[in-house]
Design a protein around this ligand. Structure first.
Ligand SMILES: C[S@@+](CC[C@H](N)C(=O)[O-])C[C@H]1O[C@@H](n2cnc3c(N)ncnc32)[C@H](O)[C@@H]1O
Length: 267
């Protein structure tokens, strides 16, 4: 076919496809993944129960952090490390454990409140210590040199983030780092922006009328808000644009990596 015969995509169509393939390189529905009915049942459960149900099929969904994000996180952190012990907060089936395994030489730990997700992580990472706990009340003090949290921030209300970050701060040794990849919001004129807003509004309505709530919001975790909460928890925060993972149509990076360092006490 001659190039002039190839149908040209509009900017909006290109942006939509780019956003979906960058943010979610796997399709929502596949032969190994959950059915629409299963996803609906999960979304009508609590977060914990929803992930228990999704666990056997989670690695075949787009919700597991994509390999590109994991690789870029390892690339940046390998220039900062090496590290001793590592903690994956909200580890799920273990995407962050894969990052920690490549960077930490003194053992890796994953924490999650879903027993189903932890069971999958246990079979994939038999060398890891796995702890069932709520990340809003992390049961660690000064045990880790590196913490990561991937793909889970949307499950915390903005009012819960300070408690989450204070717990991670407490879990780290002085000088320790929390690494947090964050999708940058798409431009206001993009289809992706309106799709995310529509998703959040749907969840808001769902959580107003159905108990228990399923907390998952995209628009609450802007870079300035997350940076402020990290700073208030006591971290010194650095932002790194992961430009290898692409740019939005307005030129901004699609992903940031926040490196939040717990200061070393000097008294
Ligand atoms: C989208 S999955 C991400 C899993 C993994 N980090 C990844 O990137 O593929 C979110 C995970 O966060 C966990 N989670 C959500 N809220 C939590 C909480 N308050 N305490 C512990 N785990 C939580 C869920 O059980 C689930 O395993």
């Amino acid at each position: 076919m001659c190039s002039s015969c190839v149908p040209q995509l509009t900017d909006i169509e290109q942006d939509f496809i780019l956003t979906l393939t960058d943010r979610y390189p796997r399709p929502v529905f596949s032969p190994q993944g959950p059915s629409l009915r299963e996803l609906c049942v999960q979304a009508l459960s609590s977060v914990q129960r929803g992930y228990d149900l999704l666990a056997p099929k989670f690695d075949h969904t787009p919700f597991r952090t994509p390999d590109g994000v994991l690789d870029e996180t390892v690339r940046v952190l390998s220039e900062v490390g090496p590290f001793g012990s590592g903690l994956d907060v909200c580890c799920g089936t273990g995407a962050g454990l894969m990052v920690l395994r490549r960077l930490c030489h003194d053992g890796i730990t994953g924490v999650d409140f879903s027993a189903g997700m932890l069971a999958r992580a246990r079979s994939a990472y038999p060398d890891a210590t796995l702890v069932r706990a709520d990340a809003r009340a992390l049961p660690f003090t000064g045990d880790f040199d590196l913490a990561v949290t991937l793909g889970a921030l949307g499950h915390f209300l903005p009012t819960e983030r300070p408690g989450l970050f204070e717990g991670v701060h407490r879990a780290l040794r002085p000088g320790g780092i929390l690494a947090l990849p964050l999708g940058a919001p798409p431009p206001l004129t993009s289809v992706a922006h309106w799709a995310m807003l529509g998703f959040d509004l749907t969840m808001l309505v769902r959580n107003t009328i159905v108990r228990p709530p399923f907390v998952m919001y995209y628009c609450t975790m802007s870079l300035p808000a997350v940076r402020r909460d990290l700073t208030e928890a006591g971290f010194a925060v650095e932002e790194i644009a992961l430009t290898a993972l692409g740019r939005h149509r307005d030129g901004g990076p699609r992903y940031w990596l926040l490196l939040a360092r717990k200061p070393i006490d000097r008294d």
